[in-house]
Design a protein around this ligand. Structure first.
Ligand code: AMP
Ligand code: MG
Length: 353
């Protein structure tokens, strides 16, 4: 693989340096790749209408070609050219949640290269709310294809250092805009049929979606492993692993039983010579005796767990643990997205107590 001379640009989201934005936008216009912060996770962007540029994203990430990319816009006016039709639900959802962490699946127009949609007839569109993402897309004058800016299969990046760890020398620019707010990727909602279908839970909750459009169906892939009985609607849905190097095991149930089980498993693993990590929460941090115990957040404030989840998984790797026992969370609100990512990180290795 050719090694690029990656430029790191530090940009303050509260006082955006337009010269730096223009520099990065020019790289995008000229077919290069730029990693940038969004409100969900860091994204790796390229001009969505330039097939050669888009291929660089797949190459840098080691992303399988059948995993489609989301196209990012910074103005509703860009939507018309990118999609074949705009259903009524799209207007309701966009008015309520855009800009924000919601990706809508439309029937794609002919200007969307096949490499973006991975051969599907549809395209995912998102209008991010992060000021740096907005300014960058606006200044580039093109829609920007951007998956998460991690090596495929790893936890998504929530700070620039994660992007540097994964993609240094593989992309043209990394914009360091500090840590992201939401911490899990956007909600993906298919609105091409009658009732909207949730393909990926994320920053906008199912409860919020229902309050805007009424009924929402949940694709079985959201909580279950892809098997002969659970077939993904989009090929890429089978790929998201979010996995740290260490093996992850999720333990689910009432706090007291979970603590007991994790402590028992910790003993067993230590005896087997493994270095053990426990992903606890603020209220259970003192209950464990593993080699590395990290709180993922406050049980009463699930948004803190979403914000810390990928960061914490990467911290366990830095600590060099062999196995991570993780407490599960409730499915309510953003909890559905957290469980989806955590279960995938664990390869659906879930112990119920
Ligand atoms: P990432 O940007 O890495 O979070 O990955 C984007 C994800 O969005 C893919 O893995 C799919 O799950 C989803 N996605 C993007 N485009 C489509 C599409 N046209 N149809 C269904 N899902 C899509
Ligand atoms: Mg991703």
């Amino acid at each position: 693989m050719i090694c690029l001379n990656t430029e790191i640009l530090k940009i303050n989201a509260d006082n955006i340096d337009q010269e730096k934005i223009e520099f990065a936008a020019r790289i995008l216009r000229n077919g290069g790749t730029v990693a940038f912060p969004t409100e969900t996770v860091y994204g790796l962007g390229a001009n969505a209408l330039d097939e050669v540029a888009v291929r660089k994203i797949f190459h840098a990430k080691g992303r399988p070609a059948d995993n489609p990319l989301i196209v990012h816009i910074s103005d509703m006016k860009q939507l018309d050219r990118l999609v074949r039709e705009i259903p009524d639900n799209a207007i309701k959802l966009a008015e309520r949640f855009w800009p924000g962490p919601l990706t809508l699946i439309f029937k794609k127009s002919e200007i969307i290269p096949d490499v973006i949609s991975a051969g599907l007839e549809t395209v995912g569109i998102r209008f991010p709310s992060h000021p740096i993402a907005q300014e960058l897309i606006h200044a580039s004058h093109v829609p920007i294809a951007a998956p998460s800016a991690n090596v495929s299969g790893k936890p998504s990046p929530t700070i620039a250092q994660h992007v540097i760890d994964d993609l240094m020398g593989k992309v043209d620019v990394i914009i360091d805009g500090g840590s992201v707010k939401v911490g899990v990727e956007s909600t993906v909602l298919d609105i091409t049929g009658g009732i909207p279908v949730l393909l990926r839970p994320g920053g906008v909750t199912v409860e919020e979606l229902k309050s805007a459009v009424g009924e929402v169906m949940i694709d079985p892939v959201v909580l279950d492993k892809v098997t002969d009985h659970v077939i993904p609607r989009a090929p890429g849905m089978k790929y998201t692993h979010y996995s740290p190097k260490a093996q992850v095991i999720v333990v689910e149930g009432e706090d007291e039983k979970v603590i007991q089980k994790i402590n028992m498993l910790t003993e067993q693993s230590k005896k087997a010579g493994l270095k053990v990590g426990v992903m606890a929460m603020d209220h259970t941090l003192h209950c464990y005796h593993a080699d590395c115990i990290l709180s993922v957040g406050n049980k009463e404030l699930p948004s803190t767990i979403a914000a810390n989840l990928f960061y914490t998984l990467r911290e366990f790797d830095r600590a060099g643990v062999d196995i991570i026992y993780a407490q599960s969370v409730s499915e309510k609100g953003i909890g559905l997205a957290i469980r989806n990512r955590l279960n995938k990180a664990a390869g659906y290795n879930i112990i119920k107590v």
